[in-house]
Design a protein around this ligand. Structure first.
Ligand code: KMT
Ligand code: NI
Length: 174
């Protein structure tokens, strides 16, 4: 995992956009983001423990690559549209790399490079987006609590009136 402020430039979304200004785990925790490093080759014990502690009851695997994902570029455009969820977004990277971009407390983009062994937990209500690195290949385990509200609420110009977003704002941004 490596986090830094995102630099706006003309390169495509899958290029690094590295401003050179790093962000540490403590700063991430201030916007509610939790990170664990997992040794994914040494079995599932550690991940099972985290799931038990945090009440994650189900999981599945998403494989993003040109061969296995229908209309890969269209899917990536959807993932890269700024949104939030009413549940945590929990991803354990099993192979490949990707970028999670999320909003800092002053509404700048923070880019997080994730790779094998990174477990990233985005809190409910945080605005974020996802893309792969330029090779467009990543395998990730998605972890869920029971019955997650798995919709993406896209950002637009109007303020949202959503209790989950409001809870996030009052817990982390006020
Ligand atoms: C999401 O919700 O953005 C995804 O599932 C993207 C792939 S997870 C690395
Ligand atoms: Ni999301």
């Amino acid at each position: 995992m490596r986090a830094y402020y995102y630099k706006e430039d003309d390169s495509d979304m899958c290029s690094p956009h590295d401003s050179g200004t790093p962000i540490n785990e403590e700063e991430l925790s201030r916007v509610g983001v939790v990170y664990y490093q997992i040794d994914v080759d040494s079995g599932m014990d550690r991940i099972n423990d985290i799931c038990a502690e945090r009440n994650y009851k189900s999981r599945d695997i998403v494989r993003i690559n040109r061969e296995e994902m229908h209309e890969l570029d269209a899917k990536l455009d959807v993932f890269f549209t700024e949104h939030f969820h009413e549940d945590e977004e929990i991803r354990l990277i099993l192979d490949g790399c990707g970028y999670f971009d999320l909003r800092s407390s002053d509404d700048k983009w923070i880019r997080i490079l994730v790779e094998k062994g990174d477990l990233l937990i985005l809190p409910a209500g945080i605005y974020h987006r996802f893309t792969t690195t330029q090779d467009k290949r990543i395998v990730a385990m998605r972890l869920f609590k029971e019955n997650p509200k798995w919709i993406a609420i896209n950002r637009n110009e109007n303020p949202v009136h959503n209790p989950f977003r409001n809870d996030y704002v009052s817990q982390y941004l006020s």
